[in-house]
Design a protein around this ligand. Structure first.
Ligand code: SIN
Ligand code: CO
Length: 381
């Protein structure tokens, strides 16, 4: 990433200043973060993805059968034929797995670690189309890729959080505008989590790309961790109370019993604590949902035989130790010695790989195993 590219994307700010002053804190509007549209996809092509693939998709119709009616894909042509002339939006998630040109846009945001990136969502709205005033629990960069959208935000931290009753979407009942702008192709708006925002399409060409981030909740982490820990055979031991003292009241749970049972839980957690970093590496690289295979209608094929391509569902990460490197790919852990780390850096940094470079790195036996595993599961083609 060059400094010039960095300054343009963030409107003259360097990454560290953005991280210090805006990330997770306050919104930032960047005019022409991209020079014009960074992505040329027609509304018809987007509708095609919503009809023909498993990409999560939604239609939001402001005055449908109910206010803010939402319908979930996959859709068919009939659904689109019956839509009103205005006031609706189509939203498609996981676009990076379907459109290589969209996936390339993620490269601009790799000043945030890969594991924090959730997905790309593209919306297409006809005039007045909107998903209503709402907040999101995640950071988002909203990039206008075509047409115009009027964005209103509310920076008042004491905004009214009451939601519209009886509505399938979480729409704010009250919305005050503190700032508003019309975004055109190439403009970008960064929003921190939980900031009320309301975007309304100004025309029938309005397309907005959302770069969404992942911020696991404590609940999600704990339950996923406990699920994996509970499969540990070490935890098969059962409570035992040989030579227990006779107690007077059968209904009493004695202090000794509470202490013994608590010890079983806390010792289990203590034992698992050591393995937490490995568990996190695996958990954070697990693919979302099922791997996408030949139904990927826009699947990128190698431009020539000299290149391998990484599929965007495949998440890779690593961390370094003194003498080893722990590498994670789609929830699988591999340990390598330091001489092979350059190969892992190459694998993680890129999405297209030179076959001759890979052949060179495959002289390392662990890397060779890893690369063949990834080819076999289709994460690299
Ligand atoms: C949209 O693209 O219509 C909605 C994006 C958002 O508000 O997060
Ligand atoms: Co939003």
């Amino acid at each position: 990433m060059t400094t010039a590219a960095n300054e343009k994307l963030l409107g003259g700010l360097d990454y560290q200043t953005f991280l210090n002053e805006y990330w997770q804190q306050k919104p930032l509007l960047i005019r022409q973060a991209f020079s014009g549209s960074p992505l040329a996809i027609s509304p018809e092509a987007l509708a095609g993805i919503a009809c023909d693939t498993d990409a999560p998709s939604r239609l939001v119709i402001e005055q449908g059968e109910t206010p803010w009616e939402s319908l979930f894909g996959p859709f068919d042509d009939n659904t689109f034929a019956q839509l009103p002339d205005s006031h609706w939006t189509l939203l498609v998630n996981d676009l990076e797995c379907y459109i290589p040109e969209a996936a390339d846009i993620i490269q601009h945001f790799r000043f945030i670690p890969d594991w924090r990136i959730d997905d790309l969502m593209l919306s297409y709205a006809v005039k007045h189309g909107s998903v209503g005033p709402h907040t999101d629990e995640y950071d988002v960069f909203l990039i206008q890729t075509s047409g115009k959208r009027h964005w209103k935000i509310d920076t008042n931290e004491h905004y009214l959080s009451e939601l519209l009753p009886d509505c399938s979407l979480s729409i704010l009942k009250h919305f005050e505008t503190s700032h508003d702008w019309v975004l055109e192709a190439g403009d970008m708006l960064y929003l921190p989590p939980n900031l009320p925002h309301y975007g309304i399409a100004k025309d029938d060409q309005c397309m907005t790309l959302s770069v969404g981030f992942r911020a696991p909740s404590q609940q999600e982490l704990i339950s996923a961790w406990l699920e994996s820990a509970s499969n540990n055979p070490k935890f098969k031991q059962r409570y035992s109370d040989k030579k227990r003292s006779l107690q007077q009241q059968a209904a009493e749970i004695t202090k000794n019993d509470i202490a013994a049972l608590s010890k079983m839980i806390l010792e289990g957690i203590d034992h698992e604590k050591e393995h937490l970093s490995l568990w996190l590496g695996k958990y954070l690289t697990e693919a979302k949902g099922d791997p996408i295979d030949d139904q990927n209608i826009f699947n990128e094929t190698s431009p020539h035989d000299e290149v391998f391509i990484r599929q965007h569902w495949l998440r890779l990460a690593y961390f370094e130790n003194n003498n080893t490197l722990d590498f994670f790919a789609d929830g699988i852990h591999y340990q390598l010695s330091h001489p092979e780390k350059e190969a892992i850096f190459y694998l993680c940094q890129h999405y297209r790989y030179s076959k001759s470079q890979i052949a060179h790195y495959c002289q390392g036996s662990t890397f060779n195993t890893i690369f063949n595993d990834l080819l076999e599961k289709g994460g690299i083609t």
